[in-house]
Design a binder for this molecule. Structure first.
Ligand SMILES: [Ca+2]
Length: 640
């Protein structure tokens, strides 16, 4: 007879170093693919499987959150459902039987890499586990995956995550990355016990100080971008009327011509913000730009001298760039737009100080200006501007601002560190005076890809700005091709699509309406089914390459029915669940769907973008995520 002392060390069991300390009805194994220690536990799961630990005595390091790393196998029998994992805890001697710690969905998660899954312990369980005096703690991992799964699921590194130094109370949750409390909207402080700036306590709730509801923004309660009111009242906002400060530097143009161009851009957005206006002609415009002021900064006007003889540029001497920046076609100095010299040119008197004028930050903070559109010429070499830049306030998922955290990149550029950071978001775009309204619509579209796309912004990479914006925009704009289709890149712009001189880059084709053939530098991938949903600024769902808004290859003119590729997408049905089993309904589209906007938003990708934006979630569109929660309107988000 032999006896085995039960040597179950907490670290070895929870670290999955020894497969014999776990039991299941399916085969368990040890794998050297691990995220902790030397080994992980392999589970040959199919359907519903339980994996149970041996008994452990009084645990150390107990906190209110457990994390486990899991790796999904590459082969997935059901691409639309990967399953879920649950954790349950038992300590029979303390009267705890299968206490449920939560469930983590696996669908949509990346394959073949360890993912941390976290689970919360109720306070009473934390207390019991900390007090100790038990030898019968067991943890159960429930793995529920497709019935015909073939791969091995790996588990590793089950451990308690550190708690925040202060309890986060009823109005927040501990952020395990920062070990600080993430407060709910309206709440602030280390324990989320006080009202955030802009909110007041009313009947136990923190409500916006400027509290009442309104269907139009800005309004008497809220005027400035990044106002807490916008977040709290988002779903009531039917019409957004942002104030645009237009700065015209083009010596070779006229205010009449440039004002006409600005009005065309306003009109294109008025159309693009009509909810599916292509089929609902009576829908109102939800984005109605307002001209705050047109500031004529040309030479030879407003008492200023004409440009010197032989002046080499089409943009005036006031254009904010040094002589060397202009002669070398470097960038303009954006900080000058924020300085007092330009404040004097804008000409908004400071009511508190006679003779002084408000700076750009002050105009933004008062809600007098939400965007700056610089009308400039790009026809003669000069200091350049980015298509669009934005300084954008970041938010916690709850909608609470992250104090002092601003994303400084948008489109394909970033503000220099010398550019002041206002206390609220501000966007500065460059309108090429000699192009049609579609080109600036494209520039603003790239700004949307950046702010709404957040961590999956297709151009300059950056972090999340506000997670709920990404949640609907990323699938809408086909910025999730790695997780959705297992492609080695997130978006089609990232496929390696070499430029053919004089022809362009066209490496996507559509063998059928439901499939795509991708030629990434000779590496061919065919996907069927394929659904680009609404695509993005450069890539309509039928594009053969970037900028191919008819889906007919090199651009030669208006889209034609005979040559415009037809594809099946769920763009028009996005978030509307009108298809079989609540899926989004698909329909066949081509460039003929948006060629009706050729004259409204002429040039660049304008016609396509009008149709693209019409399909975005907006007031009254009723679009929802799979779990039924509302996809919030795009327009207020632009001024968060
Ligand atoms: Ca391990």
């Amino acid at each position: 007879m032999s006896t085995h002392a039960l040597v179950a060390s907490q670290a070895n069991v929870l670290g999955f170093e020894d497969a014999t300390q776990w039991q299941s009805t399916v085969a368990l194994s040890s794998s050297t693919t691990h995220s902790q220690g030397a080994k992980s536990l392999g589970v040959k799961a199919k359907g519903y499987v339980e994996v149970n630990s041996v008994a452990l005595s009084s645990l150390s390091g107990v906190t209110s959150m457990l994390s486990i790393d899991m790796q999904l196998p590459t082969a997935q029998s059901n691409p639309s459902w990967h399953g879920f994992v649950q954790l349950l805890v038992s300590v029979p001697s303390k009267g705890i039987y299968n206490a449920f710690l939560g469930q983590q969905e696996l669908t949509g998660r990346p394959l073949s890499q360890f993912l941390p899954l976290t689970f919360s312990l109720p306070p009473s369980l934390v207390t019991t586990l900390r007090v100790g005096g038990y030898q019968d703690f067991k943890i159960k991992v429930v793995v529920n995956v497709p019935w015909d799964a073939t791969g091995t699921y790996l588990f590793d590194n089950l451990h308690f995550l550190a708690d925040c130094p202060t309890a986060c109370g009823a109005h927040g949750a501990c952020n395990r990355s920062t070990l600080a409390c993430d407060c709910n909207l309206g709440w602030a402080g280390s324990a989320c016990a006080t009202c955030a700036a802009g909110f007041v306590l009313q009947a136990g709730a923190c409500v916006p100080a400027n509290g009442d509801s309104a269907s139009v923004w800005p309004n008497q309660f809220s005027k400035a971008s990044s106002d807490a009111w916008l977040v709290a009242h988002h779903d009531e906002i039917q019409t957004v009327k942002p104030n645009v400060l237009v700065l015209d530097f083009v010596n070779v143009s006229t205010p009449a011509s440039d004002t006409a161009r600005v009005n065309q851009i306003f009109a294109a957005h008025a159309e693009a913000s009509r909810m599916q206006g292509f089929k609902n002609p009576a829908q109102p415009s939800q984005l109605q730009y307002q001209l705050a002021k047109f500031v004529d900064l040309r030479d030879g006007v407003n008492g200023r001298p004409a440009a010197p003889a032989g002046f080499a540029y089409q943009n005036s001497t006031l254009y904010p760039a040094s002589a060397s920046a202009r002669s070398t076609s470097a960038g303009v100095d954006y900080s000058m737009f924020f300085g007092q010299a330009f404040a004097n040119l804008y000409g908004y008197a400071d009511p508190a100080q006679p003779g002084r004028f408000l700076t750009l930050c002050e105009l933004v903070e008062r809600g007098l200006v939400h965007e700056v559109w610089v009308v400039a010429s790009g026809d003669v070499p000069d200091a350049g501007m980015y298509e669009v830049l934005e300084s954008k306030q970041r938010y916690l998922p709850s909608g609470e601002k992250i104090a002092g955290s601003f994303e400084r990149c948008a489109g394909n550029g970033c503000f220099d560190t010398t550019v002041p950071i206002c206390s609220r978001s501000v966007r500065i775009g460059m309108v090429n005076y000699n192009r049609g309204p579609g080109c600036f619509m494209e520039s603003l579209g790239h700004g949307m890809e950046s702010s709404l796309g957040g961590s999956r912004s297709p151009w300059v990479g950056h972090d999340t700005i506000f997670a709920p914006m990404e949640s609907w925009f990323v699938p809408f704009a086909a910025l999730n091709l790695d997780t959705k289709y297992g492609l080695p890149y997130r978006n089609l712009e990232s496929a390696y699509c070499p430029d053919v001189v004089g022809v362009g880059s066209f490496c996507f084709s559509y063998p059928t309406t439901t499939s795509i053939r991708i030629d990434s530098a000779g590496s061919i991938t065919t996907l069927n089914p394929w659904d680009a949903v609404c695509g993005n600024v450069h890539m309509p769902p039928n594009a053969q390459g970037q900028y191919d808004i008819c889906g007919d290859g090199p651009r030669i003119g208006p889209c034609e029915a005979a040559t415009s590729t037809q594809v099946s997408t769920s763009c028009v049905g996005y978030g509307r669940h009108g298809g079989p089993g609540g899926a989004d309904q698909q329909q066949v589209v081509s460039g003929m769907n948006w060629t009706q906007y050729d004259s409204l938003a002429s040039d660049c990708d304008g016609p396509w973008l009008v149709w693209w934006e019409q399909n975005m979630p907006m007031f009254g569109s009723g679009q929802t995520f799979a779990d039924g929660t509302r996809m919030k309107s795009v327009w207020p988000y632009l001024y968060y």
